[in-house]
Design a binder for this molecule. Structure first.
Ligand SMILES: [Ca+2]
Length: 346
């Protein structure tokens, strides 16, 4: 019947168009490219492409070539859904970062770059053991800088991880700018599953805003240059409000005479930002051996440690460590590693 004939012709045309379209599309950006890309046909990509060409001044062809090669990684989607900071208790988390081996590596790293640590302390007022602890927790002193291609990590999270798509789309834009500004090879550079790079694992926005050239060769390189990494961590801390010689955190104990431990539920783990006073915390029955000013801003923490509940009072500098990674477990690991290192590098 005519109608059936027309329908068949119509379907044939659609099929031919569907088969040919990707070939035409592929040939527009590279003669040899195969249309394997996970992203060129992604529904979010065209908008992204237009934005970075118009607003960030990228060459369209360069971006198309880069994304033709970008791959979606399911392992990245799995990793971001279950970070150690959410999955583990403090009892387990500390075992990863407070090992004897990591501290030994830290001492060796300190000895090798001692003058850079001194210069960072003199310039930014951030002590060696804190910078050392950050680089130790992040990459074990450069021995594990991450094996995901950053372009894959950020594309996967920007385009295929709706809960944080906005954040990672911004990071992807920042990463593309780093290609022009810092000479980073956008295709081959590797990092963490979240696109953090180099010795100190800076995400692209941090790299652009806080990374510095600290050895004076006019190149900012956190990926291969430990001296730039040391200066950049110190600069990051300084810019986020680190106060030299101010307290970080200290253990606290609950005075049972004041009531039940469960009465503390409303006080502890409320926010990372110090929003209580020492007086508030003491009044609820939590005290430490440190003689803090009663009006000092602080937080009260309860961690599930190896011997059960542990209580800690966190001050401004503890909060600054959480600006690196928004987790009290992370900041506590950095603090405790720094305390161990402090005794070993004196
Ligand atoms: Ca440099």
């Amino acid at each position: 019947m005519p109608t059936t004939f027309r329908s068949t012709r119509f379907i044939q045309r659609i099929l031919i168009a569907t088969l040919i379209a990707p070939l035409i599309c592929a040939t527009t950006f590279s003669a040899n490219a195969t249309p394997k890309s996970d992203y060129l046909q992604h529904n979010k990509f065209t908008t992204f492409l237009n934005t970075v060409v118009k607003e960030d001044g990228h060459d369209k062809q360069v971006i198309l070539d880069l994304f033709n090669d970008a791959e979606r990684k399911d392992s990245i989607l799995k990793a971001i859904a279950r970070p150690a900071e959410k999955r583990l208790t403090w009892a387990k988390y500390q075992d990863i970062f407070l090992s004897k081996k990591r501290a030994e590596k830290g001492v060796a790293f300190y000895k090798k770059y001692k003058s850079a640590f001194k210069q960072a302390n003199d310039t930014y007022g951030v002590p060696p053991e804190v910078i050392l602890a950050i680089i130790g927790v992040e990459t074990r002193y450069g021995s594990n800088k991450g094996s995901y291609r950053v372009i894959d990590a950020l594309s996967t999270l920007a385009f295929d991880y709706p809960p944080r798509s906005t954040f990672f789309t911004k990071q992807l834009r920042q990463y593309l700018l780093l290609g022009k500004e810092a000479g980073i090879d956008l295709k081959s550079t590797t990092g963490s599953y979240a696109g953090a790079m180099g010795f100190p694992q800076f995400i692209p926005s941090s790299y652009r805003h806080y990374a510095i050239d600290f050895d004076g060769d006019n190149i900012i390189d956190l990926i291969n240059n430990p001296v730039d990494a040391i200066g950049s961590v110190a600069n990051y801390f300084s810019e986020h409000g680190w106060v030299n010689n101010a307290p970080i955190t200290s253990p606290a104990r609950f005075l049972k005479a004041n009531g039940k431990e469960s009465d503390l539920d409303a006080l502890v783990n409320q926010s990372l930002k110090p929003s209580l006073t020492i007086n508030d915390i003491n009044s609820a029955g939590l005290v430490s051996d440190k003689d803090y000013d009663k009006n000092l801003k602080a937080t009260a923490m309860r961690l599930n440690g190896k011997q059960g509940n542990e209580y800690w009072i966190g001050l401004n500098n503890f909060y600054v460590i959480t600006r690196y990674n928004h987790s009290k477990l992370y900041a506590m690991a950095v603090y405790q590693l720094s305390e161990t290192l402090k005794t070993k590098i004196k």
